[in-house]
Design a protein. Structure first.
Length: 159
């Protein structure tokens, strides 16, 4: 099973996939996602799943929208199987223009941004995790147009 943590409208999934469960707190986005994947409306800090159930967890540009994101990370760790993997892709404030834009706008797609990160902050945060966090992606918006192709977007670091 795969957990799409903060799935939004489920746009990364091309077709119906019964092995994917998406969580989000936005009911209108989940209505759209429901056409592609199974969905659960819940707060990522309190996941309604048993321990070690997911072999893969994806959290793409979600942590900045969670007040108290540390609790969400604990939940991600709890539901990831011992041999499972977690991929976290997170926008960072290393780009001065992006840094300024996030503070002026204060939101993205009507979602508030209470948590902000730099690549150094994320490396420190994940360096001490014992399992499931072995690769962390940093998203820098320096391309002419945003892309979901992870190989062309930002950098990653092995933890």
């Amino acid at each position: 099973m795969i957990l799409d943590f903060g799935c939004g409208s489920g746009g990364i999934w091309d077709q119906e996939d019964e092995q994917v469960i998406g969580i989000d707190i936005n009911r209108s986005r989940l209505t759209i996602a429901r056409k592609r994947i199974q969905v659960v409306c819940c707060d990522g800090r309190f996941l309604p799943f048993r321990d070690r159930i997911f072999r893969q967890v994806l959290a793409d540009s979600v942590l900045e929208h969670i007040q108290g994101y540390q609790r969400a990370l604990e939940e991600i760790k709890r539901v990831t199987s011992y041999d499972g993997r977690c991929m976290i892709v997170q926008p960072v404030d290393n780009d001065p223009l992006f840094f300024l834009a996030r503070r002026v706008a204060g939101s993205w797609n009507q979602d508030k941004i209470p948590s902000k990160f730099t690549s150094g902050h994320l490396l420190k945060l994940f360096r001490f995790e014992s399992h499931c966090f072995d690769k962390l992606g940093f998203v820098y918006w320096d391309q002419p147009t945003p892309t979901h192709d992870r190989s062309r977007c930002g950098r990653s670091a092995h933890i």
